[in-house]
Write a protein that binds this ligand. Sequence first.
Ligand code: ATP
Ligand code: MG
Length: 382
Amino acid sequence: METYLVGGAVRDRLLGLEVHERDWVVVGATVEAMLAAGYRQVGRDFPVFLHPESGDEYALARTERKSAPGYRGFVVHASPEVTLEEDLRRRDLTINAIAEGPDGALIDPFGGVEDLRLGRLRHVSPAFVEDPVRVLRCARFAAQFAHWGFRVSHATHKLMREMVDAGEVDALTPERVWAELERALTTPTPARFFEVLQRCGALARVLPELDPLLGPTPESHAGSDDARPRALRALDRAATLDASPEVRFAALVLPLGEAGPVESLCARLHAPHAYRDLGRLAAAHHPAVRDAAQLAPDALLELLQRLDAFRRPGRLADLARAVQADDQDALETPYPPAERLLTAHAAAAAVDASDLAASGLDGPQIASALHDRRVAALAALS
Ligand code: ATP
Ligand code: MG
């Protein structure tokens, strides 16, 4: 029984990145032998175990063969006879198909080390087409490593396009699309994820609400940042500002200009509400937020109310950050509209209304009096 480190841990260590999880493959073992050695079985579809102490995942070497169309139709074969190379061959990209032995030697039958050096995202075998998740993963790695010059190889891109044309990506579950999208948002250049998906045709199939944001083909704006679609520039700038994934998402969907498509996208993908809420506010209200520094007190108060700032004050700074990412002319911090909105919110929220309740006024009268006091508080600011 031999154990090898595989996948992301080997790749990331070779790239000089911090390794956050370790996956191992075990060759020449049986389920019984693993259980006898104290491992705990967790895999339902194939034999995966947790190490009793480290908690790392250990998978028996296996092969996979597509048996039916769609997403789950795989026949998995795990046995002590399956070799390390066979296990590596079922993997998606060559950079993810490098193994490291106990002595530290690399086992790299598909040229993954060379592809790491060349910055090439390349499929391991034609079986790549058997799992549409790989289209999303490939786009995500393109976004993760774009700043080091990584590109999807032509041959792999061609396969991805064939998968799209064959309708394979239509079988992706909403949960998986969202999971990969959310991970892509945290990368240094998230716009690449969407560019790669557009280029192979997957964007229109899996994220149709976003397709209009990207305009014509990526080739048409290659090389010139000014010619890039606004949504992509805003998204990458949000990443440069080190904004949270929710803010990055809001910067991306902001040019949609209305809440509807954001809501349908988020509902379809079961996205967390924090994304939906910030995204729809950004799409619907970004022009007013951008002009906040020029708004008169009553308009400013109305904007704060439309943004639900008195019930959800935490969102205001996030929203302003998404708008800042989209604003060509403003990268400096503090961003004047953000300052204005936050200062105004603090002043309006601090207005004391305790005497109004005891005054004998009815509900609408109290609301109106509170409104007037808040407008006065904002007027006193400027
Ligand atoms: P990270 O964990 O940083 O996202 P990773 O490459 O480790 O990257 P995992 O999902 O942890 O991703 O998968 C571990 C390994 O399993 C991958 O490196 C790859 O070799 C293989 N793998 C994962 N998903 C697939 C897939 N859909 N098709 C083929 N191989 C896959
Ligand atoms: Mg991993």
